[in-house]
Design a binder for this molecule. Structure first.
Ligand SMILES: O=C(O)C(=O)C[C@]1(C(=O)O)C=C[C@@H](O)C=C1
Length: 601
């Protein structure tokens, strides 16, 4: 065994410099030197360590001296040396030079063993010093953390968080101060839970006996983890505090919003400085970011409110519409905007279709209705007058009604159940006691003023039709086709009624085009002024000429032989022209005046 094996590379203290005599030193040097690494233990700062280390070295070296003395006195004797491990080394006496060499080797061996032990002791002392130093650092660190936590907890929630953190950190420090390490570990692994402010160290490996191999490193690691948890909790509380702050600010903003704003597009620009909001806490989110997020929240909330109000408005509209239908079941006979027969205005598309609700489009509809009227007259002209159909005593079973009246009433009753009078264009001749529609209702547009429902001049139309118009275009006579005659009469009456009551839509268009022109006359209830405003004589003249021509074209006899049909018409065109000039257009204008008189109600 070579002593040189114990040589340290650097920072070592040579025991020979301290205790060996020159001679002994030379002996040791001759064997290659002796030394051991100094771990800081023997030369440590603590006095106790120095004394113990030096004492051990002295004891070892005294053994070396005793061995040397022995060597001198019994040079040739056989000597036995007890090694520290109890093993006996036996040296056999031989030549002097051999014995001297053996004794040197023995001394060197003992010196080596002593150095080895010294190094172990120094290492142990060094570990102890490290632990002590680490404990001091931990104490300082935890005290700082405790103070910081106390300060933050006071800011955040005095009733909950402070207790939790104070308990935890106090326990840790108390554990450190009392050197009760197991207690410390137990406490640090079972923190108090309270509400949402709960800290838990999940590593149960901390529940170990103290000390263990590598215990200091593990404890250090675990305490670091613990500190991280504490820091995390601190950050979380900061966040919670901030969120609460934000909520409070939002509440303030909402209050301001409700009290100040009646228009939903308005966005209030809050000037909030987060540093002012939480001056004691170092905010992790920059102020501009918080302000931006606050704006986003407010904007989203306002959008939601707008959507809700829009939905509520739609719902209210629908309910209003339904109520109107229930309140006026018998008067639900207003005209729909059947401007062109191809389309109807609906509630949903009214705004979109407004552009089509013009005087031209309404006049187009009137022109198209001329065709229906002319054809109806031609059909009715097939039959003679058939006066028994209009005699109220002709059928006793009809309770005083003529056959025509009876058929018209029965027809309207039947058609009412089919929803005919749900259409505002249709007006019944006997509207009283009509049954309700049995078909699913159609959502007709409500372009007319509600007062339009009260205008129905069918009685006048009936009288003029039977008493003035009919004798003008049908032949005298009786062919017995009373039912067919009555049916043709219904067609004529309904076509004329529709055309005349369409004056409501004509008036509405005219009013919308020039409300300032009509309003004074309406307020003055000046019928003559209104009639003057809505009359277009040139247009009337065109209408007259057109319906006359239509009567000629539609009512002519069509033969393969062109000449035969000349001058022969199924309905006299002049009668049709007269019908329009004397009744249809005047009654249409009458409806317009009646409607305009109610337009501002
Ligand atoms: O076209 C119009 O302006 C209408 O009012 C319709 C009508 C008609 O019944 O045909 C009525 C009055 C006008 O003087 C011209 C025509």
């Amino acid at each position: 065994m070579k002593i040189s094996a114990f040589k340290a590379s650097n920072s070592h203290m040579r025991i020979a410099d301290v205790l060996l005599t020159e001679e002994e030193e030379e002996e040791v040097e001759a064997e290659g030197g002796v030394g051991f690494p100094v771990m800081g233990g023997c030369s440590g700062r603590r006095g106790g360590g120095d004394g113990g280390c030096v004492g051990i070295v002295s004891r070892i070296l005294s053994r070396l001296r005793r061995a040397k003395a022995k060597r001198v006195s019994v040079e040739n004797a056989r000597c036995t040396t007890n090694l520290p491990n109890g093993a006996d080394l036996v040296y056999t006496a031989g030549p002097e030079s051999d014995r001297s060499g053996e004794c040197r080797r023995e001394a060197s061996f003992n010196l080596g063993i002593g150095c080895y032990l010294l190094r172990l002791i120094a290492s142990s002392q060094n570990e102890l010093d490290k632990m002590t130093e680490l404990r001091t650092q931990m104490e300082t660190l935890l005290r700082n953390v405790k103070e910081e936590l106390k300060m933050k907890d006071t800011l955040v929630n005095p009733s909950e968080s402070v207790d939790i953190h104070a308990y935890s950190t106090t326990d840790i420090i108390e554990g450190l101060e009392s050197n009760d390490h197991n207690s410390l570990l137990n406490r640090t692994t079972s923190h108090v839970s309270s509400g949402s402010s709960t800290i838990k160290v999940h590593d149960q490996s901390l529940m170990c006996d103290w000390p263990k191999p590598g215990g200091m490193e593990r404890l250090e690691a675990e305490l670091e983890a613990e500190l991280e948890h504490l820091q995390l909790h601190l950050d979380k509380e900061k966040l919670m505090q901030y969120t609460e702050q934000e909520r409070e600010e939002e509440t303030v903003m909402d209050t301001a919003y409700v009290s100040q704003s009646s228009s939903f597009g308005e966005v209030i620009d809050p000037v909030i400085d987060p540093r002012e909001a939480c001056p004691e806490v170092e905010c992790g989110v920059p102020p501009y970011e918080l302000e931006r997020r606050l704006h986003e929240v407010l904007e989203a909330r306002q959008q939601e409110q707008i959507s809700e109000l829009e939905a509520a408005l739609e719902c209210a509209k629908y309910k209003l519409h339904e109520k109107e239908k229930v309140q006026n079941p018998a008067e639900k006979k207003n005209i729909s905007v059947h401007v062109k027969e191809e389309f109807f205005f609906t509630t949903e598309s009214l705004d979109m279709k407004k552009a089509e609700f013009t005087l031209d489009s309404v006049r187009d509809s009137l022109i198209r209705q001329e065709d229906t009227i002319v054809f109806c007259l031609i059909e009715r002209a097939k039959y003679p007058l058939n006066s028994p159909a209009y005699n109220q005593s002709y059928v006793p079973g009809f309770s005083g009604s003529s056959l025509v009246e009876h058929i018209v009433k029965q027809t309207e009753t039947l058609q009412a159940t089919a929803g005919r009078y749900e259409n505002p264009e249709e007006h019944a001749f006997f509207p009283d006691n009509l049954p309700r529609s049995l078909v699913p209702s159609y959502n007709y547009s409500q372009v007319l003023h509600t007062a339009a429902n009260s205008i129905n001049i069918n009685k006048m139309i009936w009288d003029k039709y039977y008493n003035q118009l009919l004798p003008l275009f049908v032949a005298e006579g009786d062919d017995g086709n009373y039912a067919s005659t009555a049916s043709s009469d219904i067609d004529c009456l309904q076509a004329l009624s529709r055309r005349i009551h369409y004056g409501k839509f004509v008036a509405e268009v005219k009013f919308r085009d020039a409300p300032h022109d009509y309003e004074p006359a309406i307020r003055a209830k000046d019928k003559d002024a209104l009639m003057k405003l809505l009359t277009f004589e040139k247009v009337e003249e065109m209408v007259r000429r057109r319906v006359e021509k239509k009567a000629m074209v539609f009512g002519q006899e069509v033969n393969l032989d062109n000449d035969n049909s000349k001058g022969k018409y199924k309905v006299d065109p002049s009668v049709v022209s007269r019908l329009y000039v004397e009744w249809v257009m005047p009654l249409t204008k009458l409806v317009q005046v009646e409607y305009l008189l109610r337009r501002l109600d």
